[in-house]
Design a protein around this ligand. Structure first.
Ligand code: HEC
Length: 110
């Protein structure tokens, strides 16, 4: 009985951690599904677009300036707002600020 109780308490404490882990991988999952066709996540080598290794804070190859947090938000929300003739498409779900943040947080880890 005591062991069962202990197990229950441990499960309750473990829950918020599991939720956090899910959030941390949301950006990676989204990137894999929607961005990796055009961007290498692990190298700086170009595919259709520039490689994403070390992307956060570096000077953009596309000429949109330094890739800061706010610049990345603008870019992901609507690439054409920063570069009218860009070939990077606007992606509907990137209108969601939370999802955009998750993707940017993932970019920071590359
Ligand atoms: C259809 C291909 C395509 C898809 C899909 C795409 N991109 Fe891009 N991306 C590009 C191209 C092409 C550029 C270069 C833009 C330019 O030079 O005009 C670019 C540029 C970028 C840049 C700026 C890099 C630099 O050095 O200038 C970032 C950051 C970026 N993309 C992130 C993303 C993310 C995150 C996603 C997914 C939500 C995504 N891209 C989806 C093609 C794509």
């Amino acid at each position: 009985m005591r062991i069962l109780l202990l197990a229950l308490i441990m499960t309750a404490f473990a829950m918020p951690l599991a939720v956090q882990a899910a959030d941390a991988t949301l950006g990676e999952k989204t990137f894999t599904k929607r961005c990796a066709v055009c961007h290498n996540p692990l190298t700086a080598q170009r595919k259709i677009g520039p490689g994403m290794a070390g992307v956060f804070g570096r000077e953009a190859e596309s000429g949109i300036g330094k890739l800061t947090e706010s610049r990345l938000h603008e870019w992901l929300q609507n690439p054409k707002s920063l570069k009218p003739n860009t070939r990077m498409p606007k992606y509907g779900p990137m209108q969601d600020a939370g999802l955009r943040q998750a993707v940017i947080d993932y970019l920071k880890t590359l």
